[in-house]
Structure formats: structure tokens, C-alpha cells
Design a protein around this ligand. Structure first.
Ligand code: ATP
Length: 230
């Protein structure tokens, strides 16, 4: 279970994250929506310890997240970080090794994952030969293959066509079944409504909405919610 309590982060005069709190129990999915600059990526970087908070707490199963916890985290960054000249297989193994897995463990699983996300290509193909959508799917596989318990996906749907978006949606729902705590960000409500147990909306670093999708729809009205996130 991930608990974020009263998190705050400033950059000079700008408060990028302003008193944000939420909890993601095991097997639950939290969607974080907000426009550009709302504070989504900064929140993720704080959870990941890439940035230090000015104040607030981030707890994983009741304890602060430590470097040694990194193996349980799967992170899909907004700026995708693949190496164009390496093969699909080597790329996936490289990321898994960063999370403490061995080549021997990961190699036999690659075909299954490529099939699951319908990657068009052979595992010996170089990353640069793949379409953007397929590269994104490789990055997603690299994020998930070590079976993380805490999954943080920054704008995972951006740039995906509807077919790939539904594959991703199914993949996220499967993580939930496996008991992972999942958080993902999005600019808008597309893909969010059908997947999330809980939703938060950020604006200028502040949480302006917080609840189940149903509660928020009732409280706010569906149409208005869409307009808000345009
Ligand atoms: P986007 O969807 O555009 O990525 P976001 O919701 O992820 O938006 P953040 O990237 O968290 O937003 O940015 C929140 C605010 O903090 C923005 O005003 C941004 O310019 C600012 N910011 C983020 N990182 C830094 C930094 N390292 N130094 C200074 N300002 C920063």
C-alpha cells in the first residue's frame, strides 16, 4: 500500500506540489489527471525519490521508500528512455537487470510479453527500427516484466492508437488482479474512467478533486469533468 501524506515541493517561488495526499491500497488503481504543469510528474518523482520533498511523507507498507525498495517499483517515465541501437531483447533485459533480475530469469519471458502487447517485430530487431507505438510497448514491457508491486505510469496512453490503448488498459487491469498498487497520469478522462478505482485531479499543484470515479461523476457532472480536463 502506498500512502502519500501532505506532500509539498517548491522550485524557487513556484509550488509545484502543494499539500497532496492520497492512498493506494494493494490491488487498486489511482488515476491522476491534470493539465500540463499541474504537478503530476513532480509527484511521481517525489515518490521515486528522484526529488526530495520540502515536507510530507511517502510510505510503502507503512515505511519510507528506500533505495532497496526500487526492485518492487515499475516506472514508465514521460520521456521514454530506450536505446535506439540495441535489440528489443537486450533492452528489456537491461531494464530488468536494473531492477535486480537476472538475464536467465527474464530471457524466457520476453516472447510471452511481446505477444501479450502484440509488438510487431522480432526480439532481435533494433529499437530504432520500431514504430513509436511499438517502442512505447517495449518500454512498458521493460517497466512491468519484473512484476513490480508499485507501478507508476506517466502518461502511458499518450500517443497510443485505440487498439494499443485497449491492450494497455487490459495490462493495467491485470496488474490490479495481481495485487499491485498502480498510479497513472493522464491529461484527460479518456481511458481513466473505465480503469480507476480512485481519481485525483491536480491543478497548479493542488488536489482539486479526490474520490472514486462514481463519486466524482456524481459530484461534478460528467460533462463538466471532461471540460475541466481539456
Ligand atoms: P505535464 O503533463 O506537462 O508533464 P505535469 O502535471 O507532469 O505536467 P510537472 O512536470 O510536475 O507537471 O510540473 C509542475 C510545475 O513544476 C510546472 O510549472 C513545471 O514547470 C515545474 N517544474 C517541474 N520540474 C521543475 C524543475 N526541476 N525545476 C523548476 N520547475 C520545475
Amino acid at each position: 500500500m502506498l500512502e502519500v501524506k501532505n506532500l509539498k515541493k517548491t522550485f524557487g517561488a513556484l509550488t509545484a506540489v502543494d499539500d497532496i495526499s492520497f492512498t493506494i491500497p494493494d490491488g487498486q488503481i489511482l488515476g491522476m489527471i491534470g493539465q500540463n504543469g499541474a504537478g503530476k510528474t513532480t509527484t511521481f518523482r517525489l515518490i521515486l525519490n528522484f526529488l526530495t520533498a520540502d515536507s510530507g511523507e511517502i510510505l510503502w507498507n507503512g515505511q519510507p521508500i528506500k533505495k532497496s525498495d526500487y526492485d518492487i517499483i515499475g516506472y514508465l517515465p514521460e520521456e521514454r528512455g530506450l536505446y535506439p541501437k540495441v535489440s528489443i531483447e537486450d533492452q528489456i533485459i537491461y531494464f530488468a537487470q536494473l531492477r535486480g533480475k537476472s538475464k536467465k530469469e527474464i530471457k524466457p519471458q520476453i516472447d510471452k510479453w511481446m505477444e501479450k502487447f502484440q509488438v510487431k517485430g522480432k526480439k532481435t530487431d533494433k529499437i530504432k527500427s520500431l514504430s513509436k507505438g511499438n517502442q512505447q510497448k517495449i518500454q512498458l514491457i521493460a517497466t512491468l516484466i519484473h512484476q513490480p508491486k508499485l507501478v507508476i505510469l506517466d502518461e502511458p496512453f499518450s500517443g497510443l492508437d485505440p487498439v494499443n490503448a485497449s491492450l494497455l488498459e487490459a495490462g493495467i487491469k491485470e496488474l490490479k488482479k495481481q495485487g499491485a498498487s498502480v498510479i497513472f497520469s493522464s491529461h484527460n478522462m479518456n481511458n481513466v474512467e473505465d480503469i480507476c478505482d480512485h481519481l485525483v485531479m491536480l491543478r497548479d499543484g493542488k488536489m482539486v478533486l479526490d474520490g472514486t470515479v462514481r463519486e466524482i461523476r456524481e459530484q461534478f457532472g460528467r460533462k463538466k469533468l471532461f471540460l475541466e480536463t481539456l
